[in-house]
Ligand binder design. Structure first.
Ligand code: GLU
Length: 313
């Protein structure tokens, strides 16, 4: 039986692209009779907005998506991440790193950019000589950085097919905490997915690089590997990832303007290739139509005129 999850980050409003990903996760789990968990991913504290978690919950309910059990909130589970970190320290899988972003950019004579877009330079290994048991730098001056494996990692994505990468060569060692000691997204997600026994992860295809990092962490922590479905991103008419520049595509904006959620669901299902019309249709009505093999693999273009109210005479 599948266990899936919805994992909104309360760093801003949820938009049409998020709605589409949530609906696909929901349809896949409900089609299989599995269970769906909700998790608020709020460890990225400087960017977290106090109103955004409740708004994401309201958006999901408005779309007609339901989940099982109580939502979990990452900042209420810090002990769990610290226990996993201790395991990584004991394994010598991580080392304290005092480098700043600037140090990293300057350290390599020809900084080696990751081949994944937007992933920044590959860490040059400056602090990696540290071994478990060595003296630690002063508190607050270092993050814990994970030693990426120098081997090919592969997985079969439900949407993208077989993916492969050598994390050490392509992505480099990556932080699992910030200098403040709080866990990074990568560590928190892996610990939560294992703790919630998540077996299917549905998310945007901008996170494929993160998946290789997470597979590496899963291996170091001895967790079970889930299956992955990386779904095409929703872009604006200029082909760039949906953002403010494309107008207001926040779900709360449509909700406040009285747009029926069935129209958003119809758009999501139609753009995903699940139905031939744009609805209106409820999320529940579409459960039986879902199948990964039908999924449209191309990026989906949208703008804020998509759900404009009918013009009044
Ligand atoms: N919290 C992330 C987001 O909202 C999703 C991360 C994940 O699915 O692992 O984009």
């Amino acid at each position: 039986m599948i266990t899936g999850r919805l994992a909104p980050s309360p760093t801003g409003a949820q938009h049409l692209g998020n709605a589409r990903t949530f609906l696909l996760a929901y349809w896949s789990v409900r089609r299989s009779g599995g269970s769906l968990r909700l998790r608020i991913e709020d460890v990225d504290s400087p960017r977290v907005k106090p109103w955004a978690a409740q708004q994401a919950i309201d958006d999901l309910q408005w779309l007609g998506i339901d989940w099982d059990g109580e939502p979990i909130v990452q900042t209420e589970r810090l002990d769990l991440y610290h226990t996993a970190l201790d395991q990584l320290i004991a394994n010598n899988s991580v080392y304290p790193c005092t480098c700043s972003r600037k140090d990293i950019a300057e350290a390599a004579s020809a900084p080696h950019e990751s081949t994944f877009r937007g992933e920044g330079p590959v860490y040059p290994g400056t602090c990696s000589h540290w071994q478990s048991g060595d003296t630690l730098p002063p508190e607050g001056s270092f993050c814990w950085r994970f030693r990426a494996r120098d081997a090919t990692i592969e997985f079969d994505d439900l949407v993208l097919g077989r993916q492969s990468c050598n994390p050490a060569q392509t992505l480099g060692d990556f932080p699992v905490t910030q200098k403040t000691g709080s866990p990074s997204y990568q560590l928190a997600v892996v610990v939560d997915d294992a703790d919630q026994v998540v077996t299917e992860i549905v998310r945007g295809d901008d996170l494929v690089a993160s998946t290789f990092r997470q597979l590496d962490l899963i291996n170091a922590l001895g967790y079970e590997v889930p299956s992955y479905a990386h779904v095409p991103l929703v872009t604006g008419p200029d082909g760039r990832r949906l953002a403010k520049r494309h107008g207001d595509t926040r779900l709360s904006h449509f909700r406040e303007r009285g747009v029926a959620p069935e129209r958003i669901v119809g758009w999501a299902a139609n753009s995903a290739g699940l139905i031939d019309t744009r609805g209106p249709v409820t999320a529940t009505e579409l459960i039986s139509s879902f199948g990964w093999q039908q999924l449209n693999r191309n990026p989906v273009v949208v703008d804020d005129t998509e759900f404009a109210p009918p013009s009044t005479p």
